[in-house]
Write a protein that binds this ligand. Structure first.
Ligand SMILES: [Mg+2]
Length: 265
């Protein structure tokens, strides 16, 4: 265990499971806050606004301000804004993505957009997909918030944004730039926001194929928590291991920069 200076945390499977909080993770986040260590929640979900995510977390007694939430909606908006002008986009997505784009100064248009941005849209229609495909064929840069194929819900696994994106991908023969985990884009932005050095920042998540891989690709340390998608048995089969794999955050002792233990279990 190292005295990390900045912490990135995944949400579902790490801080809560659907509607159930994970108490060990929540206790750990309180320790981070009390120690004054910066932390940021990173989610591939683009449908909710940071305000909505922070309210959900606060309902679980997690100390989380909207500024501590980094969604793929915010990340995609920042990516487009940092790209070549004009910052005009045809956008498929829900409130989180539409609001993030508007706040970043990306103008929504269906006429000759410079970008097509796709995020989860549970009101997807053939017409929306048609407009996206036509714009991509017309030369628009193709961006997708995340490649998650399926979404865990109470009903079972439903089509995720990766599945929706694949329709436009297949129809145009163009691959999108994906922004969310396991890509580095969102993690590099998060490092910039945290303001802590790569080697002193750690990423905590339950899913090897998104969270842990994103950290490994970015070159940072990772903590796999066995409270969600990937089991310890599955981790042991992977060619590149996370820095740590623990049952829950109760197994993690927070250390100060001096290396002194700041809490005892
Ligand atoms: Mg997760």
């Amino acid at each position: 265990m190292k005295p990390y200076e900045g912490y990135m945390l995944d949400l579902d499977g790490t801080v809560y499971r659907g509607k159930e909080p994970i108490p060990e993770a929540i206790a750990f986040i309180h320790q981070l806050k009390e120690a004054g260590l910066p932390y940021l929640f990173i989610t591939n979900n683009s449908s909710a606004t940071p305000e909505e995510v922070s309210l959900k977390l606060q309902a679980f007694n997690v100390p989380a301000e909207p500024a501590q939430i980094w969604t793929t909606a915010l990340a995609a908006a920042a990516y487009v804004k940092a790209g070549p002008a004009p910052h005009t986009a045809y956008i498929i997505g829900e409130t989180g993505l539409l609001q993030a784009m508007e706040e970043a100064g990306v103008e929504y248009t269906e006429e000759n957009p410079a970008y097509v941005v796709m995020g989860i849209d549970r009101s997807i229609t053939y017409e929306k997909l048609a407009k996206a495909a036509l714009a991509v064929r017309n030369g628009a840069a193709f961006i997708s918030t995340n490649s998650d194929k399926a979404l865990p819900t109470e009903r079972g696994f439903l089509p995720g944004n990766g599945a929706l994106t694949s329709v436009v991908q297949t129809a145009t023969g163009q691959d999108p730039v994906f922004i969310g985990k396991p890509e580095q884009v969102i993690i590099e932005q998060a490092l910039y926001i945290l303001g802590t050095p790569l080697e002193k920042t750690v990423l905590i998540g339950d899913n090897y194929d998104t969270d842990i891989l994103a950290g490994i690709r970015t070159g940072m340390d990772t903590i796999h928590v066995q409270t969600g998608i990937t089991s310890l048995e599955e981790i042991e089969q992977k060619p590149v291991l996370p820095s740590y794999s623990i049952q829950s955050m109760a197994d993690w002792t927070l250390m100060k920069n001096s290396g002194e233990k700041s809490s005892k279990k």
